[in-house]
Ligand binder design. Sequence first.
Ligand SMILES: O=C(O)C[C@H](O)C(=O)O
Length: 308
Amino acid sequence: MKVTVVGAGAVGASCAEYIAIKNFASEVVLLDIKEGYAEGKAMDLMQTASLNGFDTKITGVTNDYSKTANSDIAVITSGIPRKPGMTREELIGINAGIVKTVSANLVEHSPNVTLIIVSNPMDTMTYLVHKTTSLPKHKIIGMGGALDSARFKYRLAEALEAPISDVDGMVIGGHSDTGMVPLTSHATRNSIRVSEFLSDDRLEQVAADTKVGGATLTKLLGTSAWYAPGAAVSGLVQAIACDQKKIFPCSTLLEGEYDLNDICIGVPVVLGKNGIEKIVDIPLSDAEKAKMQESAAGVKKTNGLLEL
Ligand SMILES: O=C(O)C[C@H](O)C(=O)O
């Protein structure tokens, strides 16, 4: 199993590290445009192999896509991160051109690759990859919901004063400060609905804190987060590589599901060796349906800025 990670910045390197530590891939190629940078990160990570007990071979390359040839899965983290006070949508001008070039190069050298898009604004970048590559829709996956759901579970556990392993919950919709739809009515603590433990006001606060999860970290760190994004990507890569058939919310092209068309947005999907193997249509309340439509309108507005 060969995995390429494009972009050796904090998110790309953290993603490569988690993939290696989970020890399911034979090879990870880290690619960056900055001369020697990916090579350095790869060497540093390889020097943790004996300490962390993994056999994954990590190599770094400077912008040489021939070294990514025949990748099974490739992750695109390239582009610029946002600064405090910015929205993800503001990155479209720079990141769209980068994601278009990177995805074309990856597909040229690995025509059967499954792509995972992390660069922001992620739902729009995922749509761009659909519009500009020949890959089938099940091989184009946007990573946002897995991360947002992890942040939702963190906030739920905090409110419940419970261990995170007791908590389950999912965030669908667009990966944006206003577009996320945390499914509070579906969230559980050990199979019991969290509404049995938390007031409506507290649950609303949990949802609000979840939606600005990335912005909160960007303010604290001066740039966007990397550990949870890297871990979330590694979870998707592992589900595909190991044919786990796990359900994650991912951004995928919708053709009628959730009453949406011609848009990539986060919905629950089954991930296995074929990439997205199924879109799971779950029943939503009227309020959740309305939020999903509102979220989709925001994503479509950003998609409208693409020069296709
Ligand atoms: O918040 C960001 O800009 C980066 C990423 O989308 C995140 O949610 O951490």
